[in-house]
Design a protein. Structure first.
Length: 305
């Protein structure tokens, strides 16, 4: 861990979540949307998960969304932010402060681990996934939603154009996010069975671009890149960014904001889980299944020239 790449300033992530905790309910629409999507995944399953962990619980939105889904009897909540964890504890579930990069749970502790819009702030995602895999009981389930690479594309381009125009250079102003194509591989690398990753998009519109910035601040989701500029954004740069946003992305009186939600699903291995067929073990050929003639790759197609 000493040589771990430092993309995010985790202490700053904690401070901003602490600052956002008191007013989080006024800005939690994205977390609630992601929590509902996670809960819907459990609705499609007949399995019950008696002991579950809400990893990165914010102020308890996941607990408030689950209801009876998943058959959860004990839900443990944890968050990087002491202020958010304190508010989540009000719903009477066991709650503690814990860093996703240094999880304090014993192996095989949980039947289910959920994470709602928290893991995109982790520096060592492969390491965190490996820890989660060890925390699960055999045949336990991991489901997480995190922000993907298309998130806030409009804001990124507007800030980049403004900074080049006003300051003559670029700096990291919006956090980097994962790509859905990488997540399945990361789940497999961490030891999960039957890994699946998919992407969906939430589109939000604003009448005032400053309202978007206020929502990001209210979520505790403003820039925490370790290599960010430490000084405040110049007024001229901000005004230029708003102008670019309105001109390049505006639609009448509304401005769009895109949030890409990546969902990861994986199971802790168990002997009873389905196994892929061995190569060459199929009882029927693909040509037979499709009702077509089987031919050689060296045979030209009838109309080939």
């Amino acid at each position: 861990m000493a040589d771990m790449i430092r993309i995010f300033d985790r202490s700053l992530v904690r401070k901003r979540r602490d600052r956002a905790a008191a007013g989080f309910a006024a800005h939690d629409f994205l977390v609630r949307e992601a929590a509902e999507r996670l809960a819907d995944r459990l609705s499609d399953m007949t399995r019950r998960f008696p002991v579950a962990l809400d990893l990165g619980c914010h102020t308890g939105e996941m607990a408030g969304t689950l209801g009876e889904r998943g058959g959860i009897e004990t839900l443990v909540q944890c968050d990087l932010s002491p202020a958010m964890a304190a508010r989540a504890a009000a719903n009477r579930h066991p709650t503690l402060v814990a860093d996703e990069e240094w999880l304090p749970f014993a192996p095989a502790s949980f039947d289910l681990v959920l994470s709602c819009l928290s893991l995109h702030w982790v520096n060592d995602l492969p390491g965190t996934l490996a820890q989660i895999r060890r925390m699960l009981k055999p045949d336990g389930l991991f489901v997480a939603v995190m922000l993907g690479g298309d998130t806030l594309g409009e804001l990124r381009s507007a800030l980049a154009a403004a900074e080049i125009e006003v300051e003559g250079g670029l700096s990291p102003r919006v956090s980097p996010f994962a790509d859905v194509r990488d997540l399945g591989h990361l789940l497999h690398r961490a030891g999960f069975a039957l890994p699946v990753a998919d992407a969906d998009t939430v589109h939000v519109s604003y009448g005032d671009p400053m309202r978007l910035l206020a929502d990001l601040r209210g979520m505790g989701a403003t820039n925490a890149v370790a290599e960010r500029r430490k000084n405040f954004t110049r007024r001229a740069t901000l005004l230029a960014a708003i102008a670019h946003y309105q001109r390049d992305h505006g639609d009448g009186d509304r401005l769009p904001a895109t949030f890409e939600l990546l969902t990861m699903t994986g199971w802790a291995p168990h002997p009873a889980q389905p196994k892929p067929l061995a190569p060459g073990s199929a009882a029927r050929s693909l040509a037979e299944a499709l009702g077509t003639a089987e031919g050689s790759l060296d045979t030209p197609a009838p109309n080939e020239y």
